[in-house]
Design a protein around this ligand. Structure first.
Ligand SMILES: Nc1ncnc2c1ncn2[C@@H]1O[C@H](COP(=O)(O)OP(=O)(O)OP(=O)(O)O)[C@@H](O)[C@H]1O
Ligand SMILES: [Mg+2]
Length: 418
């Protein structure tokens, strides 16, 4: 496929950008379009997957047939089967009339199943049957019907993970993934960021009757370095906001940074992005991230402080241990019947396993303290067991669940006199 063909597809479908990854995705889409193959489009939220489903439909022999886009994540689990495959009159409460589903009305056309990962397992079974045999059954019916629909699906989650977690059928995954198309995230599209900025600036200048925005050279660099977790959708929102809110039409680095939320690079997504976020921007999530960052910093500072206080003998370590023991005992009493856990080891649990960027490593210290208290506890237990059994080692060893030989060794090691 030559470059001018790719460019004409972009012009026709309003796709802006020229990065190699984007061009490759367009090329695959246009090559697979004329076939009847099932296509799975994957890519992060807001990366522009929807246009690809349109390319595939409009460049196929089905272009005069219907094209329906369905967001599987937006239809309640209870009604999705009936929406997709229809239902018979009286098949459930409220089904006063029989109804045709999308797979029936789109016969001869294309169905775009967005957020396919959200489809319930029972619906996945029905979908697999349509894909394999072109057959489906309305809800509440026993009559097998035929339909000829091409399926294009999209996902912004890794479907293989969903297969692992038992949320997505493996056979359906392989069936859908006959031809995969990967839509790259904005941050991997280099100069496209600037091109898109300009395009949106022009669009919003027209919409709001304002002068179009432009960027200083440094602002362009700042923008190109940003991670854009919300991809093109986020960039579009950002340009819209700035277009309306800023008087000065040339945007410098300070200004642009004001509109780029803190990078949430290494924290997991708290929830799936949705249409509301499209409008509200990412502010709520970013606020949460900021709170988390601040809390982490506070916790680390506190740890460092306590550690130093212990080192400088400002806090009495034994005092801490007995206080902790006391609170553990109280907790243990109030949950009687539960298995007794060895108190100090629970309470003196070392660090949670994230890294402490600039905090000095105190883990060795903690480890040594811990082993000391284990030894002390062990010694105490051995003495108790010996006393209980009137110093008869055989029975004491039995109580302790160790061999007599080990007990003998430990008595020597801890210098216990019996
Ligand atoms: N190449 C592009 N040029 C111009 N606008 C684009 C381009 N790609 C996407 N957009 C715009 O970006 C927004 C997000 O695109 P789209 O809805 O296709 O994302 P998506 O990948 O389907 O995201 P989600 O997984 O959240 O559904 C839309 O407003 C769309 O019009
Ligand atoms: Mg979408």
């Amino acid at each position: 496929m030559n470059d001018s063909e790719i460019q004409s597809i972009k012009a026709r479908f309003g796709i802006i950008g020229n990065s190699p990854l984007l061009n490759h995705a367009i090329e695959v889409a246009s090559q697979v379009a004329p076939t009847d193959m099932t296509v799975l489009i994957s890519g992060e939220s807001g990366s522009g997957k929807e246009s690809f489903s349109k390319i595939i439909h409009h460049l196929s022999p089905r272009k005069h047939g219907k094209f329906i886009a369905i967001n599987c994540g937006a239809i309640p689990e209870g009604t999705i089967d009936s929406e997709l495959f229809g239902h018979e009159k009286g098949s459930f409460t409220g089904a006063h009339e029989s109804r045709k589903g999308y797979f029936e009305v789109t016969n001869g056309g294309t169905i775009f199943l967005d957020e396919i990962g959200e489809m319930p397992l029972a619906t996945q079974a029905r979908l697999l049957r349509v894909l394999e045999y072109g057959e489906f059954i309305k809800v509440g019916s026993s009559k097998v019907q035929k339909t000829d629909v091409r399926v294009v699906a999209a996902t912004n989650v890794n479907l293989l993970d969903s297969v692992e977690n038992g949320k997505f059928r493996q056979d359906l995954y392989y069936r859908l993934n006959t031809v995969p198309i990967y839509v790259p995230p904005l941050r991997e599209r280099g100069a496209d960021i600037e091109l898109l900025f300009r395009k949106f600036a022009a669009d919003f200048s027209e919409k709001y009757k304002v002068k179009p925005l432009s960027l200083t050279e440094n602002a362009k660099i700042a923008l190109s370095k940003y991670r854009f977790p919300g991809n093109i959708r986020q960039l579009k929102n950002l340009v819209e906001q700035i277009s309306v809110l800023e008087m000065e039409r040339e945007i410098n680095t300070d200004k642009i940074l004001k509109y780029l939320p803190a990078d949430s690079n290494y924290l997991p997504a708290l929830y799936r992005q949705n249409q509301q976020e499209d409008k509200a921007g990412l502010s709520e999530r970013d606020l949460l991230y900021k709170i988390l960052f601040d809390m982490r910093k506070d916790v680390n500072d506190l740890k460092k402080l306590v550690h130093n206080m212990i080192n400088e003998d400002i806090i009495d370590r034994d005092g801490i241990d007995s206080a902790l023991m006391e609170s553990y005992r109280n907790a243990a009493e109030s949950t009687s019947g539960k298995e007794n856990l060895p108190a100090p080891y629970v309470l003196k649990n070392p660090e949670p396993d994230y890294d402490f960027d600039n905090i000095e490593d105190i883990s060795h210290e903690t480890e040594r303290d811990e082993s000391l208290s284990i030894e002390a506890k062990e010694k105490e237990l051995i003495i108790k067991a010996l006393r209980k059994n009137n110093n008869r080692r055989k029975y004491a060893a039995k109580d302790l669940g160790i061999s007599e030989r080990t007990l003998y060794r430990k008595i020597k090691q801890f210098e216990i006199d019996d």
